[in-house]
Design a protein around this ligand. Structure first.
Ligand SMILES: Cc1cc2nc3c(=O)[nH]c(=O)nc-3n(C[C@H](O)[C@H](O)[C@H](O)COP(=O)(O)OP(=O)(O)OC[C@H]3O[C@@H](n4cnc5c(N)ncnc54)[C@H](O)[C@@H]3O)c2cc1C
Length: 407
């Protein structure tokens, strides 16, 4: 029956709040697994000019869902990853090069502009009969004993036994579930942009470790790359305000001209950095996915790869419960989700936080330890290969989609 605003109140089985890459992936997985799903997303205020290095299992998962073929042509393979110590400190680490063929892979993963990835996810989502997409803002999320009620700006209200909060860092869904966040601001900001260059990147991403944080160039198709430049926030504002010619020259200098002449493209992003982890990843029929659950700094390209593993995991658990005729938002499903995601998110957050701190510290013994760590990685083949395998995909916590198995 239509409600007072003239809309029909619907009873889907799952509601996804947030149409970023993590929310779209969760909605596609649920709906392809036979769960009637509604995704409600508002357009982000600013266009996302970032790129994502999709590592190992993420590409497999997107292929299994039927999304990868829609955007593969816009992605560049990452065959070599270089770490260069550009701290100019006393303890200078050696350059470390990781080659995908050392662990029998063609590429560690593929780098793609977020706008192309999201467009492919949206294109595929629109073809799914059991997935309704609503472009609107969610104003209220209220968990109840049997269902979560979600109110939209349009006045429409939805209820479902399971709600996925994929609504980003300032998640309303997380607050509605009463889940606290452990967070810490870094005194760093990331300047992001895409650029053209005169020399080929040879499918190599290069991470310069500087005293303000990493300066990372990641290949895009052709003579293009993306840049994530981690800086002190004041410096980031200053550099971000340079005109195109000045900024291009500054990037060429900072990259030691490894890609030749640089020409920045239009569209710059500035992201304050920090680390944040929700105390639980699900409660009260609400599961947190992507940055609603965890935020980590852009080092080692882990953030969205974790988010896609969240989406695949909650999809797998909810679909299994649905097939058994169970309650897909029941507390035991949510507890299993929390348990399955905690170790993966926790270990990556810790490793990246530690690496970032060793870059920023002026404390000589810690600088020495970082140098030693990189030296050992450079010299000891089995250690380097183990680090590469773990970086691409965790030994544990690989949901079915990441293994190429349909849900
Ligand atoms: C500089 C930088 C570089 C990065 N590089 C990489 C990388 O190489 N590899 C990698 O894996 N990760 C990377 N990351 C991390 C990655 O970008 C994030 O993990 C990812 O964008 C998070 O996706 P998400 O879908 O969780 O959230 P978001 O992209 O923030 O999406 C949330 C969505 O929810 C919507 N929304 C919010 N509130 C509401 C509401 N009330 N109603 C309706 N809709 C709502 C928003 O409009 C938005 O569309 C990087 C991050 C940064 C900062």
């Amino acid at each position: 029956m239509p409600n007072k605003n003239g809309h029909r109140d619907e009873i889907p089985s799952a509601i996804v709040v947030g149409g970023g890459p993590a929310g779209l992936t969760a909605a596609i997985a649920l709906s392809q697994g036979g769960i009637a799903t509604v995704l409600v997303g508002k357009r982000p205020v600013r266009a996302d000019n970032r790129t994502t290095a999709l590592l190992g299992g993420s590409v497999t998962a997107l292929s299994t869902l039927g999304v990868w073929e829609l955007c593969a042509a816009q992605a560049a393979p990452l065959k070599t990853m270089r770490i260069v110590d550009d701290t100019r400190r006393l303890w200078h680490a050696p350059e470390v090069k990781f080659e995908a063929h050392e662990i029998d892979l063609d590429a560690f993963g593929y780098n793609i502009e977020n706008l192309h990835l999201v467009a492919a996810l949206e294109q595929h989502a629109r073809t799914l009969g059991s997935l309704r997409m609503i472009e609107d803002e969610v104003l209220r999320i209220e968990p109840g004993a049997d269902a979560v009620a979600v109110t939209l700006k349009s006045g429409e209200s939805l209820r479902a036994p399971l709600t996925i909060a994929a609504d980003g860092r300032r998640s309303m869904g997380r607050d509605a579930a009463g889940i606290a966040l452990d967070e810490r601001d870094y005194k760093q900001a990331a300047l992001t942009l895409c650029l053209k260059h005169s020399r080929p990147h040879r499918d190599t991403s290069t991470e310069f470790h500087t005293p303000s944080g990493p300066f990372t160039l990641v290949p895009l198709p052709g003579l293009r790359s993306s840049l994530v430049w981690v800086l002190d926030p004041i410096q980031a504002d200053e550099i971000g305000a340079l005109d195109d010619a000045e900024l291009s020259a500054e990037i060429e200098r900072a990259s030691h001209s490894i890609l030749g002449k640089i020409e920045v493209e239009s569209g710059r992003g500035l992201f304050p950095l920090g680390v944040a982890t929700a105390r639980r990843f699900a409660d009260k029929r609400i599961a947190l996915v992507g940055e609603a659950a965890h935020v980590i700094p852009p080092i080692g390209a882990q953030g969205l790869n974790l988010g896609l593993r969240d989406a695949a995991t909650i999809g797998e658990l909810a679909i299994a419960a649905h097939r058994e005729g169970g309650d897909i938002g029941a507390q035991d499903v949510l507890n299993a989700y929390d348990k399955m995601r905690r170790a993966d998110v926790g270990s990556r957050t810790l490793a990246i936080d530690l690496l970032n701190r060793t870059l920023l510290t002026d404390f000589l013994p810690v600088q020495g330890m970082r140098g030693l760590g990189l030296y050992l990685l450079d010299r000891i083949g089995p250690l380097r290969r183990a680090a590469m395998r773990e970086g691409v995909a965790p030994a544990t916590a690989q949901p079915r989609l990441m293994r190429g198995e349909a849900l």
